[in-house]
Design a binder for this molecule. Structure first.
Ligand code: GYE
Length: 325
């Protein structure tokens, strides 16, 4: 590995000294070292994502340094700084929130360590701070959720008063999937004046968060027709709250979620969730592939979008036996 780096750097930098180049000590044994700063372990999606990254690193023979930030940006920044100090070959991370990354990403750039974003995007003017972003189109996911509601609005209007009152369980405040899933959904439902978001609050992408927020919504608002949860886990928490309030999830109150992890799909097949927009957590193989290319100095696309689908209860029942996560 070092040889490739030296020749590439020599080409790129001409007369500049080799010590200014990205060739790292960690690459001396021929193995690529990747530092990965994960968001946390907040959801079934995240667990599947972590497994995918760890398994594919092993398969690709990449030495993985992994950290869990417990959903705190300051922890992720600390991990990234430590990866820079350790001179890893490549840094990959899933930014917990969109903003506030420029300083640490500039440090990585100065150290000539390429950064790959996976799963979540950052909001920065300077796109030279990362090589690529691998992940879903969250706006499109929100649109798909909204489209299902527009298409099924009549059936969803359980109290038949002509208004469809939606409560929204948002993901982590400031995170790309929370911002974009909200936007995509709102854009599409605005075409139907009977559909209104009556309450919207963050449940931080956790089951417990979803349950607590839903309990509060149910106490203050007797006219909830639909729950739009930004992930399965919050939807599953909402199901518990709805049951505890003596109502039937999926029937008295319709539920739309995003992710399509096993627990979500099981609830969908059982009719307790009505529609799920898929968001694939299996980003590991693509990430390792991109890391190998980037370290070898090859070009990679600036944006790699994950392909995904949607599920109705019938489709969930069919897909469940083969579902890997
Ligand atoms: O939908 C949610 C997780 O960033 C796409 O984060 C990811 C989201 C996912 O906690 O379950």
């Amino acid at each position: 590995m070092k040889k490739t780096l030296i020749s590439l750097c020599a080409l790129a930098l001409g007369g500049m000294s080799l010590s200014a180049c990205g060739g790292s000590e960690a690459a001396d044994d021929g193995k690529i070292t990747m530092g990965f700063a994960q968001v946390g372990a907040e959801s079934g999606w995240r667990t599947a994502n972590t497994t995918s990254i760890q398994d594919s690193a092993k398969e690709a023979g990449i030495d993985l340094k992994f950290s869990d930030a417990q959903q705190k940006q300051e922890n992720q920044i600390k991990s990234i700084r430590s990866y820079i100090q350790q001179k890893v070959d490549v840094i990959a991370f899933s930014p917990v929130v969109e903003t506030g990354w420029d300083a640490v990403l500039q440090e990585a750039k100065r150290a000539k360590i390429p950064v790959v974003l996976t799963d979540r995007a950052v909001d920065t003017e300077d796109t030279s701070l990362y090589v690529t972003f691998i992940g879903s189109d969250f706006v499109e996911e929100g649109e798909k959720a909204g489209q299902w509601l527009v298409d099924n609005a009549e059936a969803s209007d359980v109290d038949k008063d002509g208004a469809i009152n939606v409560v929204e369980l948002q993901g982590t405040t400031g995170s790309a999937p929370a911002i974009d899933r909200k936007k995509g959904f709102e854009d599409v439902i605005s075409s139907d004046s009977t559909i209104k978001i009556t309450s919207s609050q963050t449940g931080d992408f956790t089951r417990d968060g979803g349950k607590q927020v839903m309990e509060a919504f149910l106490q203050s608002d007797p006219k909830i027709d639909v729950v739009y949860a930004h992930n399965d886990d919050m939807g599953l928490g909402a199901i518990e709250a709805i049951k505890a309030a003596g109502k039937k999830p999926g029937t008295d109150i319709k539920i739309i979620t995003v992710d399509a992890v096993k627990d979500g799909m099981t609830a969908l097949a059982a009719g307790e969730i009505n529609f799920i927009v898929e968001c694939s957590p299996l980003l590991g193989p693509q990430l390792m592939d991109v890391a190998e290319k980037v370290v070898a100095g090859e070009e990679v696309p600036e944006r790699i979008v994950t392909e995904e689908t949607t599920f109705t209860p019938e489709q969930a029942a069919e897909a469940l036996p083969d579902r890997k996560y």
